[in-house]
Design a protein around this ligand. Structure first.
Ligand SMILES: [Fe+2]
Length: 157
């Protein structure tokens, strides 16, 4: 019985650490993607989107640091190289020459993907009784969903 509990705990700790590292990798890759879009966006919405993408990459940078430091605080090891981020990230890097609308569409989809991962992370944190990580993920999910709504509204959806 106690062995089963111990194994269960190891399994859920692993899941939680992996959820934190996946989010860390997602936000690292998304941060670079947002810089790419910030620099290369063109057209009549340039000033709006240039500023919006900057706001979002600043948020991404904050999240990267918060996620890594939460992992350290619970005895985990944050991924800390670009190659690990590319391997772990569910978010794809920027590619091609997207239009302004295609950039916004890609970001709305990325934020949707991130929100799904955060939902799984909140569950893993809950199973672990880790309210602080659950709160961290919940705060991020609320913000991500709000940003995804605003990007969709920009597209007239
Ligand atoms: Fe800039």
């Amino acid at each position: 019985m106690s062995n089963m509990t111990a194994n269960n705990q190891i399994r859920t700790t692993g899941e939680l650490n992996s959820a934190l590292n996946t989010q860390l990798a997602n936000w690292s890759v998304l941060g670079v993607k947002l810089h790419n879009y910030h620099w290369f966006v063109k057209g009549p919405q340039f000033f709006t989107l240039h500023a919006k993408f900057e706001e979002l990459y600043n948020t991404a940078a904050e999240y990267v640091d918060e996620l890594a430091e939460r992992l350290l605080a619970i005895g985990g090891k944050p991924a800390a190289t670009m190659s690990e981020y590319l391997k772990l990230s569910v978010i794809q890097e920027a590619s091609g020459e997207p239009s302004a609308d295609q950039m916004v569409e890609a970001l709305a989809a990325d934020l949707g993907t991130i929100a799904e991962g955060l939902k799984a992370g909140i569950e893993a944190a809950g199973e672990q009784g880790d309210d602080v990580t659950a709160d961290l993920f919940t705060g991020m999910k609320a913000d991500v969903e709000k940003q995804a709504w605003m990007l969709s509204a920009f597209l007239g959806k």
